[in-house]
Design a protein around this ligand. Sequence first.
Ligand code: URA
Ligand code: CA
Length: 434
Amino acid sequence: MRMYDLIIKKRNGLELTKKEINYFVQNYTKGNIPDYQASAFLMAIYFQKMNMRETADLTMAIVESGDILDLSKIKGIKVDKHSTGGVGDTTSLVLTPMVAALGIPVAKMSGRGLGHTGGTIDKLESFNGFSVEITEEQFINNVNNKNIAIIGQTADLAPADKKIYALRDVTGTVDNISLISSSIMSKKIAAGADAIVLDVKVGDGAFMKTYEDAKELGSAMVNIGKNIGRNTVAVISDMDQPLGLAIGNALEVKEAINTLTGKGPKDLLELCLTLGSNMVVFAKKANTVDEARKMLLKTIEDGSAIAKFKEFIEAQGGDISQLEDTDKLPKAKYIVPVKSDREGYVTKINAQNIGLVAMELGAGRATKESIIDLAVGIILNKKRGEKVAKGDIIAYIHSNNESNIEKATKGILQNYKIEKEYTENIPLVYDVVR
Ligand code: URA
Ligand code: CA
C-alpha cells in the first residue's frame, strides 16, 4: 500500500477500506508517513468527507494506536460522560457522585487541559491533599468499593489523535464532522467506556456555533457508537451563556457542593439530571429516563449524593473539612462587584469572552506551563432573561491581583448584553439524539 494512492483515492471521492484507514493511522503514528502527505490526505477527507463506515473504522484505528484501558475488573457497566467543552461547566463534579450514589461505577481517567478554567482534576485539587496519583490497582479497587475514582492520565491513550489533531490544527482541517467525531469518540473508548453520554454544546461559547452543526456532530457520534457496539446518546445543550453561576476552580467546587445539597443553580441541576438520567438507563439501573431522573433527585434529597462526594474526596486524600465548611476552600483576596451601567434585560452573556476574562484572572491555563490559581474566577449574579436596574450587581470578580480587576470589570460589562426587551427563548436542552 502507498500513501500516495490513498490520497488520490480520497481526493477522487472514493470510499476507503478499513485496511487503508488502518494503514494511514498506524503509519502516521509511527512516523512512517510525512506530514505533507498526511496533510493532503486530511484535506481530501475534509472536502470529500467520509461515510459512517469509514468514520467508525477511523475511530477504532485511533483507539488501537495506543493503550486501551482495561476496566474489566470493575463490576457493572462503565458509563462515561463527555462534554465538547463549555464555560463554567461544573457538570462532572455534580454528576459523578450522584450517579455513583446509585451504585453505578464511575471510573474516570483525566488529563489537564488548556482552557478558561482547569479540568475536573484541577478543580478537585481545591481540596488540600487530594491526589489523582494513585496506582491503577488502587483506582480499580476504589471503583469496586466506592463506585467512584479518578486517576491522572497514566496510559498512552489514542496517540494517533494527538498527532493528527496537531496537524489538523495547522492545516485548516479541524472542522470536519468525521474527523471531530472520531477524535472525541476514540478517546472515550480507549479510556474504557462501555457506554457514552455526550454533552454537545451549542452557542458562541462552544465549538459548534449553530444547532444544526451540533446536531450533526451529535448524530455522527451516536452513529459511531452504534457501529462499534457502544450505547451512545448526545444531549445538545446551550452554551450561549455560561452554565450555572460559577466560573473558576474552587468557585465551581463550591457550586457543585451547593448543587449536591439542593442549593445550586437550576440550569446546572437540570443539565445534570438530563445527562445523568441517560447514564443511569445505560447502566441498566432504570428502565426510563423519567424513572432515572427521580432516582437522581432522590440522591440529593436523602443526602446520599453529597455523602458519596465526601467519601470520594476522602478516599483520594482530600481534606473533607473543606467540604463541610466551604469557607475553608481556596479564597481570593479581592471580591469585587461589577455593577450594570444600564437598565434592561440581560439578553446575552458571551460565554467565550467571559471565559477568557476568568482565564486572565488566573483560573485557566493559556499555555501548558501556566499555573492555575484555584481561588480566582467569576460569579455571575444575573443571567439571561433577568431584569437589571442601573447599579445592580451583575457579577463578582474573585481576584488575587488588584491590578487585573479593572480590565476584568470592563471585560464583563462588555460581554453582558443588556437591552430593552428579552424576547428570545433559548432552551437549556435543545435535543437528545439517540
Ligand atoms: N475536540 C476533540 O477532542 N477533537 C476534535 O477534533 C475537536 C474537538
Ligand atoms: Ca458553573
